[in-house]
Design a protein around this ligand. Structure first.
Ligand code: DCP
Ligand code: CA
Length: 422
């Protein structure tokens, strides 16, 4: 018989807001909310626990948050910084098990069945991981431990923030079943609403509902719901190395305001091309087909693709191709109508070796450029994405608006930070 699994779920507390507090110690103890651009399309993305006392949470519209928490500090989010912090946290998780699945920007599952004994048992492993993250980065996380993903994820929520909770099968009747059904991993608002029409309030109510009723209402998902409500889940933790390689690598960006300014749109395209190129290089892959997506203000969407003669992973080649496709589309169907979203992706992927037939010939031409790109990638790996970028993007960045760029290094996490000089 297989030994019972030991699964840990790690969830950063008030993630974006906590990273901001790390950047600026003056924020400690104050209500902090991270949001999108100050003037458009914005809701609170993360509220620290101090701000939550005023009734603000993720998804609260900015206007309402300002009324509920008038003395609060509102910070424009900086996704690159959070991704950087997230990757560093995941590196720490991998010190505790080789089987780590990144589940979202601030959540990971670890299968510690084989490794927990080295740390003195499941709870000791959780304590050691929390201590390591706290000491190295100054951030708190909540960890949940259980025999499967469902119980581990439920456990991590029970004592937030800075929690460490274990749910075993024996805890199911007293600690799992009394929870509201929408706390069950995988139940969204619509399923919760359908369940409430069936008279289901708690996870226990769901576990007692005959499977036939669930299957009639939810189809095949019905059986899974029944299993989940009984604390059973056989799904494995899938380590990144076990995930089949993606067929394409892409990034898209919704503009803060719709724009018909092609110069501005091309700068966005350059930023996206650089990101995609960097991800390809990070994966040791190159791609042959570049695709550009243009979504207009009214959600009409155009995609155009071009397949190149060789596989590429350089910012320059991807951007030049994306630029050609973009300008061609602007001259035709997309006209000069305002754009809402731009995307760049590269497909037709091959490993660098397979895609490098022209490698020797190319080396003479690209040698110094590639050396520079490799050095830049290493610097970004260490200090975050924003420390180095194209001059063209810097000149037009919000930095021009009374901001100076400061390089920050806080307890092992380093990045560049905007500081208002006005
Ligand atoms: N996030 C977002 N928009 C949302 C919800 C979340 O941009 N509607 C971002 C900000 C969060 C991060 O994702 O910091 C992680 O989401 P969580 O739901 O885990 O929330 P927090 O980490 O902020 O808080 P908690 O301590 O409850 O986990
Ligand atoms: Ca979180």
């Amino acid at each position: 018989m297989k030994p019972e699994r030991i699964i840990m779920h790690v969830d950063m507390d008030a993630f974006f807001a906590s990273v901001e507090e790390l950047c600026d110690p003056a924020l400690a103890g104050k209500p902090v909310m991270v949001c999108g651009s100050r003037d458009t399309r914005t809701v609170v993305a993360a509220a620290n626990y101090e701000a939550r006392k005023y009734g603000v949470s993720a998804g609260t519209p900015l206007g309402i948050a300002k009324v509920k928490c008038p003395g609060g500090i509102f910070i424009e989010g900086d996704p690159d910084k959070y991704v950087h912090a997230s990757l560093r946290m995941n590196d720490v998780c991998r010190e505790f098990s080789p089987t780590v699945e990144r589940f979202s920007i601030d959540e990971s599952f670890l299968d510690v069945t084989g490794t927990a004994k080295f740390f003195g048992g499941p709870l000791e492993t959780g304590r050691a991981l929390k201590r390591r993250i706290k000491e190295q980065f100054g951030l708190t996380v909540s960890a949940g431990i259980g025999p499967n993903k469902i119980l581990a994820k439920t456990a991590s929520k029970l004592e937030k923030p800075d929690g460490l909770t274990m749910l075993t099968e024996a805890d199911i009747p007293a600690r799992f079943h009394p929870l509201p059904v929408d706390k069950l991993f995988g139940i969204g608002a619509r399923t919760a609403e359908k369940l409430s029409r069936l008279g289901v309030r708690t996870i226990g109510d769901l576990s007692r509902l005959p499977t036939e009723i669930l299957e009639n209402t939810f189809g095949v998902v019905g059986r899974l719901l029944h299993e989940a409500a009984n604390g059973r889940d056989a799904s494995p933790v899938i380590a990144e190395a076990d995930t089949p390689p993606a067929k394409s690598v892409g990034n898209s960006y919704t503009l803060l305001r719709d724009s018909d300014d092609d110069e501005h749109l091309l700068r966005v395209l350059l930023g996206l091309s650089s990101k995609v190129a960097r991800r390809l290089r990070g994966d040791g892959r190159r791609g042959q087909t570049v695709t550009v997506t243009i979504r207009l203000y009214d959600f009409t969407t155009f995609t155009r693709a071009k397949t190149l003669a060789v596989h590429v992973d350089r910012d320059k080649e991807i951007y030049e191709t994306a630029r050609g496709l973009f300008l061609c589309e602007r001259a035709k169907s997309a006209g000069r109508r305002p754009v809402r979203l731009l995307g760049v992706s590269v497909s037709g992927l091959a490993t660098k070796q397979a895609g490098a037939q022209l490698w020797l010939l190319e080396q003479n031409y690209w040698g110094r450029y590639d050396g520079m790109v490799r050095a830049a990638d290493r610097i970004r790996d260490r200090y975050g994405e924003r420390v180095l970028t194209w001059g063209r993007l810097v000149r037009h960045a919000p930095a021009a608006q009374n901001h100076q760029m400061l390089s920050h290094q806080i307890a092992g996490l380093s990045w560049e930070k905007k500081a208002s000089t006005s």
